[in-house]
Structures are given as structure tokens and as C-alpha cells.
Design a protein around this ligand. Sequence first.
Ligand code: FAD
Length: 485
Amino acid sequence: MESFTLPILIVGAGASGLMAAYDLTAAYDLTAARGSSSANKEVIVLEAGPEPGGRIRTLKGAPFLHPVEAGAEFIHGNMPITLGLLHEAGIEYRAVKGNMCEFRNGKWVRGPQSSADQSSADQSSADQSSAGQSSRVWDELMQKMEQLEQDMPLASFLESLTEEKFREAGRSMRRFAEGFDLADPKTVSTRYLYREWQQEDEDQYRIVGGYARLIDHLIEVCKRRGCRIHTSAQVTDLHWQQGRVQIRTADGREFTGSKAIITVSPAILQLTAPNASAAPNASAAPNASAAPTIPTAPAAIRFSPSLDDHIRAAGKLGFGTVTKIFLQFTEAFWNGTDDQLGFIFSDKVVPTWWTQCPDPYPLLTGWVPGAVMKECKPMTTEEWISHSLSSLASMFGMDVTALRGRLTAATVLDWTAEPFIRGGYSFDTLESVAAKYVLNQPIENTLYFGGEALYEGPAPGTVEAALANGRSVAAKILLDWSLHS
Ligand SMILES: Cc1cc2nc3c(=O)[nH]c(=O)nc-3n(C[C@H](O)[C@H](O)[C@H](O)COP(=O)(O)OP(=O)(O)OC[C@H]3O[C@@H](n4cnc5c(N)ncnc54)[C@H](O)[C@@H]3O)c2cc1C
């Protein structure tokens, strides 16, 4: 039986784990204020990294002159939980602005510089009509996605289209799925992409001072309500039975709780190999087996009894990877051609760059999705920087040495190499619905999986998804708690 005096343990202090802690501590605060006897429940958050935040990481201080978002950067529309927390904390956010440009086959094909590349008004109207044509073909493709009788991976869907007119739009779709959704065309669900892409375009926002302020707010509130947050506390072993969880960290600390929420990314769960030889244990949950699961990498968690079905389900979720490149210059050299430049798309190795528009901060951020990384040879940080400078110099018709002379800070962050994250964000495969169903069921009202990848709403792969999922896990625990107290 659950001991109601034992704490709730949360593994991971990303947006999801902290949101769960925020809601749980709010409920305990409320019952304590009413003098309930079972209100002395604690919440303890265990975070492997040296700082909380997970995939929210705002770099502050030298060599960068302003906060730089190494992880999440945008609020993709009117996200109710995210904006609610910002309002509560009095944190300002600003709409992202800026023009979009496109550089292909050695020339600007869209955006303010295209007029310089064009020799005549005829050329300009030809380009406009070709742009209109591509947008019509894209719409046709979207219609075909909507009418799909049976879901299939995007790659199969595109292969099924034989008409010549779909070839170029199909390539753009593939690039968009790989770039924006970090999806693998061979496994991503076409219906999922359709739902994603047909949502209304809403304004996007950036948080003034950085996303880390949202994390700071959650931490401040949780701590004020008595929650303890341990950083550099990598959970290595989790032993559980109904109503009792014992956790051991890499540095030998031990924590005992009545329940645990595990919010690590699917890539971390996938490091634990399912224990194929484990014998079923009658006293444990139906899909748990007595022998521990076997960690195959130092960041893996050993569950005992093992949770083979859950680990296998985590392997069926899509999880994309990305590298971000940050280049800070003495001034915004791109202003010479467009002082409202927002996003640059190109056929170069770094396919997307963006500025801080409307903020004048002269920073360019490069976005290299996993699909591109797979195709190019591995590069060191210095090689990425050199490569980026050469391609920017060629796009803007500048001398590369002169451009390097204007560079004041640069860094590169490959999220696959982050030991406790190992990727960017999730996308739905054909098996995701079933996998999420498995992972979203509480295990003996004792273990709960959480995190962005288990979210089932309209904003997948976002901070909002992580917050919403943390909130829904906390609600399950509070429901159980109210039924048993
Ligand atoms: C480069 C990048 C850009 C993004 N851009 C955006 C964006 O613009 N807008 C947006 O809305 N979203 C964006 N996202 C997605 C968003 O950041 C995530 O969806 C969200 O932050 C995930 O939160 P989470 O709590 O589910 O997971 P995480 O943030 O991964 O938190 C899980 C935590 O668990 C910890 N952990 C792992 N293993 C252990 C262990 N064994 N013991 C203890 N702790 C452990 C990790 O260190 C981590 O802190 C981006 C993500 C990336 C990587």
C-alpha cells in the first residue's frame, strides 16, 4: 500500500517535470492551508544535468552580448499554459517579425534581393507566376494528404504520386518535414504532418530575456511551496513496487517515494534495452518483469522490475535531432539588403538561418536538422563555423575573411550529443498513438511517464506540449490521491 507520507519523486527538471511539481505542490499547499492530515507530502525533483531546464537552455553572459537560446526559442502561437505562466510571472514576450528570403542555385529566388538578380520586369512576373504555381501544387498535395484512406509514412505517400507536377512540391514537403518537424520521412505519419501543417498560422513570440526565465519562475514557485530540486542527480536505478519507489543516483544518493514521474526524453528511455529473457512476475504490473532492464549506456535508467513494454513503446515514438549554430557579429551585415530580414532558407548545408528581428541584436542562428547531419561528414565546432561563414559570405556576396573579421562570438550545439537529452523533439510515427497509450497509463498508480513526447494535443514537439503533459500527469496523481485520502 502507498504510504501517504512518502514524497513524490520526479525524474527530470525540464518543462514537463517542473510543471508537474508546480501543480502537485500547489495542491498540497492548498490542502495544508485547509489543515488536512495527509498534506505533508513532499515533491522532490532529481535532475541529471548541472542546471534545470532540459531542452530549455538560455546562454547568458560572455562572449554573447544578449541571452541566446541554445534550445527552445519560439512560442508557436497562443499557447495557453506557456503564456499563462508568463503573465503570472510578469515576464514580457514579443512577436517575432521579419521577411523570409530564399537562396537557391546561386541566387536569391525569394525576398528583397531577388530583384537585384532579375534582369527585367518580365523575369519578375515569371517568377511570381511560378511561385503561385508551386503554392497551388502544394495545396493539391495537402488535399491528397487529407483524403488519404490509410495512414502511411511521408516517403511512401510521396512515392505514390507519379505525376511530374508533384515532384518539386514533394521535395519541398520532404525538406519541410525534416527541417521544421525534425521528422524522418521514412517513419513520420502523413496524417500527423497534415494536421500539423494545416493549423492556422499564428504569431510567434520570443521571451524577453530568454526561455530560462519561465524555468526560473517554475522553480521559484515550486521551492517556495517546499519542493526540493537536486541538480547533478542522475538517476541510475529505479526499484519499485506498488506504492513505493526507491531511486539511486550515479553519485550514490538514495531517495524513497510513494510514486515517481519519469520525464526523460524518449531517446534516454531507448538507452535501456528491454530485458528479453525476463520472466513475468505475477505480483508486479502485467507488463513488468522481475529482472531489471539492462542499461546499455551510462545515461540509461535501470528499472527493477523491468518495464519492457514501456521501453519498447518508447522506441516506437519518433524523436528528431538538430544542431544549432550561433554567430554573433559586430553589426547586422544583412541590414544592407533588408533591415527586416527574419528567416533565410537555402540549399546550402545549413538550410535555415534566422535573425533576432525585430530586435537589432546582430546574431544569426543556424538550424541543421538531423537529416542534413546524416548526409554530411562529421564536423568539429570550428569546421561548422568556417563552413557557415563561407556559405553566408557567398550568399551575401562578401569576402569570407572580412566576414570572419566581423565575428565576435560563435558556438555550435549538437543536441544529439547532449548526454541526458540526445535529440531535439518528437514527431508521430504510425505507431505513436499506440505507444503513447501504453506510456500514458499509470503503472500500478506508482510510476508515471511524462514529457513532451507523450503529449497528445495540437502543439506537438513544443514547450507547451511538455508543460501540458506535466500538468496531465500531476492531475492523474491528484485524482488518485483524492480517491485514497
Ligand atoms: C534545439 C531545440 C529547439 C527547440 N525549439 C523549440 C521552440 O522554438 N519552441 C518550442 O516550443 N519548443 C522547442 N523545442 C522543444 C522543447 O524544448 C521541448 O519540447 C521541451 O523543452 C521538452 O521538455 P521536457 O521536460 O519534456 O523534456 P526535457 O527538457 O528533455 O527534460 C527532461 C530532463 O530529464 C533530465 N534527465 C535525463 N536523464 C535523467 C536521469 N537519468 N536522471 C535525472 N534526470 C535526467 C534531462 O537532463 C532533462 O533536464 C526545441 C528543442 C530543441 C532541442
